[in-house]
Design a protein around this ligand. Sequence first.
Ligand code: HEC
Length: 180
Amino acid sequence: MKRQVRRRPGAKPIVLAALGAGLAGLVLLAAGQGGLLRLLLRPPAAVAGGTPVMPPDSSPERGRVLYAENCASCHGARLEGQEDWQTPGPDGILPAPPHDAAGHTWHHGDGILFDYVSLGGARALEKRGIAGFRSGMPGFSAALTEQEIWDILAYIKSNWPERIRALQASQTEAERERGD
Ligand code: HEC
């Protein structure tokens, strides 16, 4: 006996279309929100050279002074970022985002943040397989030592409420497990 298979015509294309729209939405979101969010879209892959790790004696006090000298001109003296930081300028490049709890710096683990500051946005993403992103974030590896970069990151973190610090710490853990 032949079994009748009931099909709902069109069910599959609708699911596919919804998936497609979801993906397109994600891509748009990533494009509108800066280089680091693009990382969410790429398949996980270990990064050559391993994940940079913050030395435990990094100093927020030293970092505060270095932040004022090197970062405040773009990211704001109070870590508030540039105006309309989520809207790209006429050149397609995003303004500097805030580093306080209102921004999305804390969505990312230590290793990626270190590379973003050391190598600059474009090269940090390239290292993780995303080529050709035009980032307004310059690299500081020639101007600052590795420890100075960690001190600045320690200062940025010291401004976050406990809950946000805990969330970011779990991002760092996840990043290490993935090897990026
Ligand atoms: C010339 C302006 C400029 C200076 C100076 C600058 N930045 Fe940036 N920074 C940017 C811009 C623009 C972005 C966003 C670019 C992007 O999305 O790739 C950014 C992004 C970042 C990000 C990624 C944050 C996120 O949530 O996506 C970090 C971390 C960062 N900067 C840290 C620093 C630190 C630390 C310093 C000082 C050592 C610094 N920046 C100095 C312009 C600057």
